[in-house]
Design a protein around this ligand. Sequence first.
Ligand SMILES: CC(C)(COP(=O)(O)OP(=O)(O)OC[C@H]1O[C@@H](n2cnc3c(N)ncnc32)[C@H](O)[C@@H]1OP(=O)(O)O)[C@@H](O)C(=O)NCCC(=O)NCCS
Length: 348
Amino acid sequence: MPAMITGWGKCLPPAVLTNDDLATIMDTSDEWITSRTGIRERRVSHVGVADLGYVSAMRALAAAGREPEQVGAVILATASPDLLIPNTASRIQKLIGNDGASAFDINAGCCGFIYGLALANGLIETGVHESVLVVGAERLSFYLDWSTRDSAVLFGDGAGAALLEPGVGGAGVLAADLGCEPGAGEALMIANFGTVMDLSSWDGGPFDQRFDGQEIFRRAVRGMHECSMSALKRAGLEINDCSMLIPHQANLRIVESLGKRLRFDADRVFTNLQRYGNTSAATVPIALTESLEEGLIKPGDNLLMTAFGAGLTRAAAVLRWGERTTPVANATAELPPCEKSALDLIQA
Ligand SMILES: CC(C)(COP(=O)(O)OP(=O)(O)OC[C@H]1O[C@@H](n2cnc3c(N)ncnc32)[C@H](O)[C@@H]1OP(=O)(O)O)[C@@H](O)C(=O)NCCC(=O)NCCS
């Protein structure tokens, strides 16, 4: 029996960094960023990934009407963990007040949430766990070099989460397709952060970012199209059987090209990158949560989710939604207040 999403939640840090803000610290403009990417603003976090993930997780648990101790596994998809040892999933587990679940991080770049969804489905289908929390949380602002205008304008911070439990009435993860093109890995890479670091010569300066936007763009559209078609085939469905496409939110032009290639009507393709930029592994769960908040998902709908990211990874999943499209309850968890502006945060 496949696993279904029974709870969902998001957490966006409050500090907003607009395109006009960026134009005060680098040679760019609102016109360039909006016309090339669709992005108008993004969030900058004053807290770490565990805190962002914790708030989104508490909201997902409340939406499902479940208590933290009922969670059997916490999977954190992130490329910006607070710590590597111990993993940041265990920090989220502690913050939500769970003792005993399995907890691990996965890094599949922007595909992390969909990879996590497939893993959670497997854990539930094979009876290892009955309830799995998948969190996508990122603080990409940590890595960004604010003097590098081609990449710094694209990304933002945030978190989203989903609780998965055994599916009922045919609802659940119907199929997934996951892949990676390692030969193109250098198109999106931070080449000097990790145990490869030469600590004796590191001066704390900006990270060595490799970023080939056009190469990523080309491969993204092709990769998301291929794995979407493959996941649909495995699910025994056609595009027209899906009510919504929830794609990774990197660039509006990428989303539009993908929508056209898949022949999805534009009004059935969800976007919110205008407000948040690319939040990597957090984009899909944030977009899913907002689709539900906006009443765009109806009971029994088939949804197609797809993403691409550092690796270069690619992923797609087809889900059949259950009967409930509103939260059982709302959580009280909140981030601590932020006293600084987004510009102050990045300049610090
Ligand atoms: C990065 C991206 C927006 C660039 O768009 P593009 O249309 O390919 O633009 P180009 O790279 O050709 O740059 C065009 C010009 O704008 C300039 N430019 C780049 N960034 C700029 C910025 N923020 N503001 C103003 N000008 C900028 C470039 O220097 C270039 O100038 P030149 O013609 O004088 O050399 C686009 O390729 C993209 O979104 N790729 C996907 C990247 C991504 O999302 N990666 C994450 C994947 S998970």
